[in-house]
Design a protein around this ligand. Structure first.
Ligand code: ATP
Length: 435
């Protein structure tokens, strides 16, 4: 490998209950299609004979329940067959969830308890396949006509919108193996950092906001209440990370906790659930196909996510470059900088005055290359508030491409032309170098 190779067409025959694991090469995309039989990618069925084009570096598996022949055109980093997968146990979980959805659907909508479908939370260390399992459960449910809500609490490697955000969106169709989660109108809260330790209280506050917003929506929508939700979490499962998991389980009233690939976490959560009779904690095996990603890869993946937000996966979006006066935009940050550890402060001192304080940011060169969220707020004190209406979620994002101090002009990239929905912008520590 390494040399430029001519495109190669290759056919692979898969036996029942086996999968073809693929890492697309780093230079060129890979084309793939189903020749015969049936197969799915992370829960989403392949249409026969239609070529799909997978972007470079994508890692995925084509799984078949009954056998299939796959054709590939292009180069891969690796591709190999595996007949040992945890898929049967995953689909068994799906069957149990399906039963609960049906029960919820047939019970009286006035019985708020019984008419609530499963609320599943997927937990486990980094690279245990949480996002992938979430995706399968959602796609299998959507295939059967449900519209489950996907909640992504992973601010590092989330799959709904730009990093640094937590978000939720209904899944109405099996998730496209290439395009991923559809981006129409997700409910997004901007935390602004890629690790919760920057401001744990803010992270928790936003999780609370999201949960309450969904609760309100569910109260008025029996269909989505019965379909339930699938919550994907971060891979941070130690100390504060563990506390944040418990917090999420509580606040979303999760009743199914799926623990991937870690005995210790499973037994800890199992012990906690003893006092909660209606919470099932289930241990599931991690798939051998899950690819570990190092810090550099994760950093790159974040940059691609931001790029995708503005330009689309296949460069199919055309973002707009806009120029504004400094005075047209109001930039705020929430909380201070990174919190000082308690141990570094005098005894009795409060680590941060107020982690939820919204403070104005001076527009200067520091804003260059930052990704800012566009708030719905009409005043600064609405940025994190529910009053007079829900506006702590954000409308979208802009990217600062130039700061002209002399002329007091800001140039920024936005998904579309026209005025921003609000001049209140939220800044964190998220930056991006457009390449
Ligand atoms: P993190 O906590 O970092 O978000 P995660 O636990 O959510 O990680 P995934 O994102 O689900 O892990 O999986 C890691 C990578 O492995 C992804 O690129 C995913 O597409 C790939 N992957 C998962 N399962 C398989 C499989 N069976 N075959 C090939 N690749 C896979």
């Amino acid at each position: 490998s390494g040399s430029a190779s001519a495109s190669t067409i290759k056919q692979v025959k898969l036996e029942r209950e086996s999968e073809l694991r693929i890492e697309v090469g780093s230079e060129t995309p890979l084309k793939l299609r189903l020749l015969n039989g049936s197969a799915e990618i992370f829960g989403s069925e392949l249409a026969p004979e239609i070529w799909l084009t997978f972007p470079s570096r994508l890692k995925f598996a084509v799984f078949t329940w009954y056998g299939a022949t796959i054709e590939m055109d292009g180069t891969t980093e690796t591709d190999y067959m595996a007949d040992e997968t945890p898929m049967v146990s995953y689909v068994n979980v799906h069957a149990v969830l399906e039963g609960r959805r049906n029960r919820a659907k047939t019970s009286s909508p006035n019985d708020s308890e019984a008419s609530q479908g499963p609320r599943v939370i997927v937990v486990g260390p980094t690279d245990s396949g949480k996002s992938t399992l979430s995706r399968m459960l959602l796609s299998w449910a959507a295939k059967q006509g449900w519209k489950p809500t996907f909640v992504d609490l992973d601010i590092g490697q989330g799959s709904i919108t730009v990093p640094g955000s937590i978000a939720a969106t209904p899944i109405e169709m099996p998730i496209d193996p290439v395009e991923g989660i559809p981006l129409e109108m997700p409910l997004v809260y901007y935390y602004g950092h890629t690790t919760p330790s920057n401001n744990v209280d803010l992270y928790k506050a936003l999780v609370n906001e999201l949960a309450q917003m969904l609760e309100t929506q569910f109260a008025h929508n029996a269909e989505s209440r019965a379909a339930g939700m699938v919550i994907n979490t971060m891979g941070w499962i130690e100390s504060t990370g563990y506390e944040l998991l418990l917090h999420a389980i509580d606040i979303f009233k999760a009743n199914v906790v799926l623990v991937l690939g870690q005995e210790k976490l499973f037994s800890m959560l199992k012990a906690v659930a003893k006092s909660k009779p209606n919470v099932d904690v289930v241990k599931l095996q991690k798939s051998g196909g899950v690819v570990s990603r190092n810090a550099k890869f994760r950093q790159k993946a974040r940059a691609y996510r931001i790029r995708e937000y503005f330009y689309g996966l296949a460069n199919d979006l055309s973002p707009h470059s806009n120029i504004a006066n400094f005075s047209d935009l109001l930039v705020y940050r929430i909380g201070g900088g990174p919190q000082a550890p308690r141990s570094a402060l005098p005894i009795g001192a409060d680590p941060v005055a107020n982690p939820l304080r919204v403070t104005p940011v001076n527009i200067d060169q520091d804003l260059l290359h930052t990704v800012l969220a566009v708030s719905y707020a009409k005043e600064a004190d609405q940025i994190l508030s529910r009053i007079p209406f829900w506006c702590s979620n954000v409308a979208g994002f802009i990217y600062i491409t130039d700061i002209d101090i002399q002329r007091k002009k800001i140039t920024y990239l936005a998904p579309s032309a026209g005025d921003l929905p609000s001049k209140y912008l939220i800044m964190g520590t998220l930056t991006w170098l457009e390449t």
